[in-house]
Design a binder for this molecule. Structure first.
Ligand SMILES: *Cc1c(COP(=O)(O)O)cnc(C)c1O
Length: 230
């Protein structure tokens, strides 16, 4: 299938899943995950009208950003961010979906102030018990959001999560539900507006739509199998 056909297929599947869930497809965006794919693939996707691309490694985002050199692209970081990479994020990224600790928020704020800009962020929530999953424990999130009120440079838009890696749809769905309920709780208790739920990938986006996802991070279903581990 061509890239255009892959995008059309995913959009059809998203529309169908929205219909089944009784949701408006306009409320559910697809965020293409271009990690491991070269800048020429990104360029092809741009020709299809895409302007936002997600990467999990800062170095890879930077390389593509320098080659493509197009200010209309919004780069989104979705992978674990080391504090020593903050400078590049401030330089090249429009959004960070993997904010998971206070010292990272502090480092970002300092650099953002120096650069005179702000950054859209999502707090990454750990929604399963898996050892290898990153993200903040749900019970720590309300306090964390309160602490983030002190950082004017960080526009907190909502939450991101990666569901448990299992073939049991009930368990996957529970991960997404947990994050949606946490979002509702935080909105009610703190009065924060948290409209964005970045939940769902190629294998589980229909379940994420059922649980209120507003943004699907989709890699392999759009671009094909990755040449190497992402
Ligand atoms: C790679 C990645 C995705 C996309 O995964 P696919 O299964 O290829 O759709 C989504 N979210 C995160 C955090 C990722 O690292």
């Amino acid at each position: 299938m061509s890239l255009a056909e892959q995008f059309a297929t995913v959009n059809d599947q998203v529309r169908l899943a929205c219909e089944r869930a009784g949701r408006d497809p306009q409320q559910v965006a697809v965020l293409p995950v271009s990690k491991t794919f070269g800048h020429e693939v990104v360029r092809q996707a741009m020709a299809l009208g895409q302007r936002r691309f997600a990467e999990n490694r800062v170095q890879e985002m930077k390389e593509k950003a320098l080659v493509l050199n197009d200010s209309s692209i919004d780069w989104v970081i979705i992978g674990y961010l080391q504090t020593n990479k903050v400078k590049e994020v401030v330089r090249y990224a429009a959004e960070l979906q993997s904010l998971d600790r206070l010292d990272l928020a502090q480092a970002l704020d300092k650099r953002l102030q120096q650069a005179g800009r702000s950054l859209d962020v999502l707090v990454q929530v750990k929604s399963s018990q898996e050892e290898n999953k990153t993200g903040m424990a749900p019970e720590l999130v309300p306090q964390f959001l309160k602490a983030l009120h002190d950082y004017d440079t960080l526009n907190v838009k909502g939450f991101m999560t990666v569901a448990e890696n299992t073939s049991d749809p009930k368990r996957v769905r529970r991960c997404f539900e947990r994050v949606r309920l946490l979002r509702d709780q935080c909105q009610n208790e703190l009065g924060d507006a948290l409209p964005v739920l970045s939940m769902g990938m190629s294998s589980d986006f229909a379940l994420a739509i059922q649980e209120g996802s507003t943004q699907l991070r989709i890699g392999s279903a759009l671009f094909g199998q990755r040449p190497r581990a992402g």
